[in-house]
Ligand binder design. Structure first.
Ligand code: FAD
Length: 457
């Protein structure tokens, strides 16, 4: 066989890349291809923070390929048509692609298979590229997926991962295959001022530092809002600049309770992927409906806007929402308590919150975002669907000194210690001097409304 095409999607790396390895093993020349898919842009998924990260990833991938004698071919348009066009130009016999889970990815794979077969080109879809354990590889006897994490994790932990693959030494690309210019991050409107840089090189460096000096304390510190002691590898997992298989191997090799707790979180990522693969409609519809009649943009517009802008009057909620806008990333504890606040305290539709997160998160991911939102809204896989996170209790527990709040809410800079969590309790001139809003809702009012809506929950 002479030429194969490798279509990169959410796997923008050279290390541990089964589709690339298979293509190189089976063909003399390979076309590494990325297609900027108009359908993804058209679905509103092209958020500036992710486009910027993507631009870094493509540049880094191209550099890595050039160091090995190759280059990246970039096209934009209808993905299926572009792949067929490149395969025809290169006279390729095969196309290699990583499996993915969303409804969009599943439809794309099917359309691509049919279109390529009509041209006599075979599509190879590779597992364990975007997940450590493939959806369906572990499943309960009675269903096509696990709906509860703990039994899933037990089986996931026993599953024997394949060994990671080395990056290729050489990649030979046929001449004459035209490429568009690589996109850049400059000039993208609406970019968060401090959004993270992307690329495999950056991801591998971050992983090395994390394994050396972060992971050991993860079990104790992952919920410390001000300590910011999580890996921040989520955008790299989303874009596939890091391989989940390699990540789990290396974390396990690090050993200890920190590594164990970290690997458990990475398993949550696979868990949500196997739910979405089996129930793609859960990206937009309740996984387990509670028959909510949520408040909407029409009935709760001002509350929703205050939540988005970080001026609800609850400092820890506002701090987290402002971190999201500024960095395109939010601490997991912040995601949990802001999602609880929107869905349980304000009783607003989880889809409104999920959409806002997807507009800003660099790691914005249909499986992880939508299913975590559903978890917090009580329409997903949580076995305690009516749990409500009290933002003051959460703040006292996970930001005991108030440092996280003061970092993101400058109006409260002068309020010392945990008093920053309840500015409404300040008195006299301290209170009068504060340019910080009053709470938009009383916590017990919110709770009452939620209990009534859920039938006395
Ligand atoms: P670490 O704590 O270092 O964890 C390591 C990795 O494990 C993460 O990078 C992530 O891939 C995975 N992980 C950790 N927690 C979870 C979790 N609860 N569910 C699934 N995977 C997890 N994560 C996304 O990647 N994209 C999203 O769009 C996203 N939206 C979320 C929305 C809500 C409402 C909530 C509550 C959580 C969401 N998460 C999302 C999960 C989690 O908050 C982030 O993965 C995590 O905060 C990323 O930071 P980190 O890389 O430092 O995580």
């Amino acid at each position: 066989m002479n030429v194969s095409v490798v279509l990169f999607t959410s796997d923008l790396r050279l290390h541990d890349h089964p589709p690339l390895r298979a293509a190189l093993d089976g063909a003399r020349q390979v076309v590494p291809l990325f297609v900027r898919d108009r359908a993804v842009d058209g679905a509103g998924f092209a958020a500036p923070n992710r486009l910027a990260f993507l631009a870094d990833c493509l540049r880094d991938l191209d550099t890595g390929l050039r160091e090995r004698g190759g280059r990246l071919v970039v096209r934009s348009g209808n993905l299926v048509e572009e792949v067929c066009r490149v395969a025809a130009e290169a006279e390729a016999d095969e196309v290699h692609l990583a499996a993915d889970v969303s409804a969009h990815a599943q439809r794309r794979e099917e359309r691509l298979r049919r279109a390529l077969e009509a041209e006599g080109v075979r599509l190879h879809v590779h597992g364990t590229v975007t997940t450590a354990v493939d959806p369906g590889a572990v499943a309960p006897a009675s269903s096509d997926h696990f709906a509860v994490f703990t039994p899933y994790f037990r089986r996931w932990s026993q599953y024997r991962l394949r060994d990671p693959l080395a990056a290729p030494r050489a990649v030979r690309v046929p001449d004459g295959i035209g490429s568009e210019e690589l996109p850049g991050r400059k000039g993208l409107p609406g970019l968060s001022p401090r959004s993270a840089p992307g690329g495999e090189t950056e991801g591998r460096e971050r992983l090395a530092v994390w394994l050396r000096s972060g992971i050991a304390a993860y079990a104790d510190r992952h919920d410390d809002l001000a300590g910011d002691a999580t890996s921040r590898l989520s955008p790299h997992l989303h874009f596939g600049t890091l391989s989940p298989v390699e990540l789990v191997h290396r974390a396990r090799a690090a050993g200890g309770p920190g590594a164990e707790a970290f690997v458990r979180q990475v398993a949550w990522r696979d868990f949500h992927r196997q739910v979405l693969a089996a129930r793609p409609e859960a990206a937009a519809a309740d996984y387990r409906t509670r028959h909510d009649r949520w408040r909407s943009e029409r009935t709760a517009g001002a509350d929703i806007e205050a939540w988005r802008e970080g001026r609800t009057g609850y400092p820890v909620v506002d701090a987290a929402m402002r971190q999201l806008r500024e960095e395109g990333w939010m601490h997991n504890r912040g995601r949990l308590l802001t999602a609880s606040f929107l869905t349980k305290t304000l009783y607003v539709d989880w889809r409104i919150g999920a959409r806002h997160f997807l507009e800003l998160l660099v790691d914005g991911d249909v499986a992880n975002n939508q299913l975590n939102w559903q978890w917090m809204a009580g329409t997903g896989t949580d076995s305690r669907p009516n749990r409500v996170l009290n933002p003051v209790t959460q703040a006292r527990r996970y930001d005991p000194e108030g440092a996280y709040v003061r970092r993101w809410v400058p109006e409260l800079e002068g309020v010392a210690g945990a008093a920053a969590h309840e500015p409404w309790k300040l008195t006299g001139p301290d209170r009068a001097a504060l340019l910080y809003p009053e709470p938009i809702v009383g916590l017990s009012d919110g709770l009452d409304r939620f209990r009534r809506a859920r039938g006395g929950a």
